[in-house]
Design a protein around this ligand. Structure first.
Ligand code: ATP
Ligand code: MG
Length: 427
């Protein structure tokens, strides 16, 4: 059996924390079996490496490994993506297509963000987990497949079960073995180690001397809560590596890269180094207002549709308590939406192109799908807002021969914000 150390090397996993080692050890142990595994842990803790380890150490390693981001596929198309569809199953289904469960026969499917699966898809998934049987959308012919499932989630599944958003039987079927990855703040010994590794990688990547943290900065690094875990640590190491001329980083410099609110799981919207009255602040505030409005509109659409569907306002009120509180508030100002790069890219996140995408299912004319259609329009609005921003940035970079400092000055934003946006939009 391969050792934990050699797996860490092979998958470039840094850290010596006992909880991390235990998680990797568990992955090694379950790999040769067909047991379903549920990987849990906060966002950014490194869940995606576990299914890869399991697949590569299993007898399925020469067959397909397909990663599906369940949260990124629209509800109207997910059944067809996972299980395929028959020709004529819906308008636009001009030919029969195979789904991931057919294509991955003999291999492994990683269902990321499994908590986001619609209930109808959960029923199909339960069946395939129980006896390997599934039906293509629009077909009554039972097909067989032999797929090993590894799922991951960063939400509290018990809460989802309680709210009847996730089937309890499916949860138990998926989590025969649970592998939990600890948050970074509980791996104190690993924080500086990871930072040094990222700093060295980015120093090489950008052909600059590696940044070094002064002692007080190391203390701050260890004290910080890291709500975005390793992903956030890596982003910050990259930003500092690119932006700081002085390669010795003090606590004050590091602090300026850390979001202000440590209690929140969301990074701060406006960087703290900006001066009041700075145009970049105003622009970002405007963007935030727009995004907030968009969020509210979406919530209102959801609520209206619920009312239309059920025609029973007290029931709808009860079932949508949280949504109503979010829209109308509970007496306190809420900060739900942010402009941080991860959050905005999430809106546009597409499923990984692991295989050719099946033909998109059309919107049948049910009430439910009208809502999805509304969501699509809303995504388009976000898209055009972002497109305008991208165009502005591109033009300014062209005018300034790619010089970020000059472009940032022209756009009235800080160089750091410009750098974030270039990364976010992959410019
Ligand atoms: N032990 C580690 N050593 C080095 N890099 C790591 C380690 N764990 C995670 N990473 C890096 O951290 C980033 C986030 O990891 P990953 O995408 O697996 O998070 P996640 O748990 O799937 O988060 P989410 O729930 O948001 O999808 C990736 O860039 C990954 O390569
Ligand atoms: Mg992930």
């Amino acid at each position: 059996m391969e050792s934990v150390q050699s797996i860490k090397q092979r998958f470039e996993l840094i850290g010596n924390d006992v909880k991390l080692n235990r998680a990797i050890e568990k992955a090694i142990q379950v790999a040769p079996t067909d047991i379903s595994v549920l990987v849990t842990g906060e966002s950014g803790v490194g869940k995606e490496a576990i299914p890869k380890i399991i697949h590569s150490l299993s007898h399925r390693k020469h067959a397909k490994y397909i990663a599906v981001n369940c949260g990124a596929i629209p509800e109207g198309t997910i059944d067809s993506e996972l299980f395929g569809h028959e020709k004529g199953a819906f308008t636009g289904a001009t030919q029969t297509r195979s789904g991931y469960f057919e294509v991955a026969d003999g291999g492994t499917i990683f269902l990321d963000e499994v908590g986001e699966l619609p209930l109808t898809t959960q029923v199909r998934l339960l069946r395939v987990l129980e006896n390997g049987e599934f039906l293509k959308v629009g077909s009554s012919q039972v097909q067989k497949t032999d797929v090993r499932i590894v799922a991951a989630t960063n939400i509290n599944m018990f809460e989802a079960i309680e709210k009847e958003k996730f089937r309890e039987d499916l949860y138990y079927r998926l989590s025969t073995v649970e592998i939990h990855l600890p948050p970074l703040r509980d791996r104190r010994e690993d924080i500086h180690l990871l930072f040094r590794k990222f700093a060295s990688d980015f120093g090489q990547k950008y052909k600059m001397p590696t940044i070094r943290l002064e002692d007080d900065a190391v203390q701050l690094l260890l004290k910080y809560r890291w709500p975005g875990n390793i992903r956030q640590l890596r982003n910050i190491a990259e930003q500092i590596s690119v932006l700081e001329e002085n390669r010795n980083i003090s606590a004050a410099t590091l602090q300026s890269y850390l979001p202000e609110s440590q209690g929140s799981n969301l990074p701060a919207v406006v960087g703290q180094t900006k001066k009041e009255g700075d145009f970049s602040n105003e622009r970002e505030i405007l963007y935030k207002v727009l995004f907030d409005m968009k969020g509210d509109l979406n919530d209102l659409k959801k609520l209206t549709l619920e009312l239309l569907k059920h025609n029973d306002s007290s029931k709808v009120q009860k079932e949508n308590e949280n949504l109503i509180r979010k829209i109308y508030g509970n007496g306190q100002d809420e900060e739900e939406i942010d402009l941080e790069e991860d959050a905005t890219t999430e809106v546009l996140h597409l499923p990984e192109p692991v295989m050719e995408a099946p033909v998109q299912a059309p919107a049948p004319i049910s009430q439910e799908d009208r809502y999805h259609f509304a969501e699509e329009i809303e995504e388009e609005e976000t898209l055009s807002l972002q497109e305008k921003e991208i165009e502005l940035i591109k033009k300014s970079l062209e005018r300034n021969n790619g010089k970020r400092k000059a472009a940032a000055a022209e756009l009235g934003i800080s160089e750091r914000t410009l750098y974030r946006k270039i990364k976010q939009y992959d410019l």
